[in-house]
Design a protein around this ligand. Structure first.
Ligand code: 8YV
Length: 327
């Protein structure tokens, strides 16, 4: 039976065509002012929605009485009112797995760029300021052999640990709600990644990477006490969600020397406001949330999200359903 689907963020044409072949599709991006009326009108009869980067809250759900399934083109689900979805028995699909390696690459690029001051020194050349052999004032810090501390050790955290331990000879410490059974989940990391209490990890890590989802328990958890417990001169990377970090505390740590540098792909407010001190801070390498932003991976995410939506609307159990009832 053809059902009404609302596409609220642009899909690759081949994936849009898969949906249009089976269902009646409205494409309306609420972030584009001219498309907002069409988006709001379509909500009334939408049975399925697919997209990302837009808050789906109680008010929106109240305007979508027919809604049965949302397929998010993201692994993170912090844009969704999870308990409201559970209460309305609206299924939420997401895209875990297909982006792990790409996000891990992004995090490692940030880690290397922050440690070796890549952006700053590339700008020095670009701006014609390379006029003599560089001196100690422009030296960076080695990455290979340094101790990596991971806050969060899910699939992406483990992909980062593989790069660090196997590619850069880095001892890896990780902190997570529970230890991971490496023998079954990541045998290549056995003896190379250690489940470590938070304060010990912070005291020992040369580079701390946050790879945390955003939830009520992680919001603002990286605060002054966390930065204060870090090794003097540590480097901080955030590849998960900006709101897990108290950005004022981060600025303090950067300005008062606890942190040598920070590499940030995510921020509490995105896009980063023009007046954010993080945008121009000399010790910060900032990226516009590009974790998964490659042609291959964004297409793979859209493909998985489209498949999940088609399966759900056909009454099948999609591969990647997020357990909203747990929230
Ligand atoms: C998404 C991400 O592209 O998947 C996630 O959770 O953060 C990114 O891969 C982004 O959420 C889309 O806005």
């Amino acid at each position: 039976m053809r059902q009404h689907i609302l596409v609220f963020r642009e899909l690759p044409p081949d994936q849009l065509a898969r949906l249009q072949a089976v269902h009646d599709v409205t494409v309306a991006n609420p972030r584009v002012p001219a498309q907002l009326p069409a988006f709001q009108a379509a909500l009334a009869t939408a049975v399925g929605m697919i997209g990302s980067s837009y808050p789906v809250d109680e008010a929106l759900l109240a305007a979508a009485p027919q809604l049965k399934v949302i397929s998010s083109v993201s692994v993170g689900v912090d844009n969704y009112a999870l308990s409201a979805l559970a209460a309305r028995d609206v299924m939420l699909c997401h895209t875990p797995g297909v982006l792990d390696e790409t996000v891990a690459d992004t995090v490692f690029a940030l880690l290397m760029a922050s440690s070796r001051r890549i952006v700053e020194l590339s700008n020095l050349v670009r701006e014609g300021r390379w006029t003599k052999n560089i001196g100690e004032d422009l030296f960076g810090f080695d990455v290979h052999g340094k101790t990596l501390g991971l806050l969060g050790f899910g699939r992406i955290g483990q992909a980062i640990a593989r790069r660090a331990a196997l590619g850069f000879g880095m001892p890896v410490l990780y902190h997570a709600r529970r230890a991971v059974d490496l023998a079954t989940q990541a045998p290549e990391l056995q003896g190379r990644a250690l489940h470590t209490p938070m304060n010990e990890l912070l005291a020992r890590a040369d580079i701390v990477v946050a790879m945390l989802p955003l939830s009520s328990s992680t919001r603002g958890m990286i605060d002054t006490s966390v930065f204060g417990a870090m090794k003097p001169g540590a480097i901080f990377i955030n590849g998960g969600r900006g709101a897990t970090v108290q950005e004022d505390a981060l600025l303090q740590a950067l300005d008062h020397g606890t942190l040598r540098a920070a590499g940030l792909d995510v921020f509490a407010t995105e896009p980063l406001p023009m007046d954010s001190p993080l945008r121009t801070h000399p010790k910060v390498t900032a990226l516009p949330h590009i974790g998964s932003a490659t042609f291959e991976t964004r297409h793979a995410m859209a493909e998985l999200a489209t498949t999940s939506l088609l399966q759900a609307l056909a009454g099948e159990r999609p591969a990647a359903v997020f357990d909203t009832a747990a929230y």
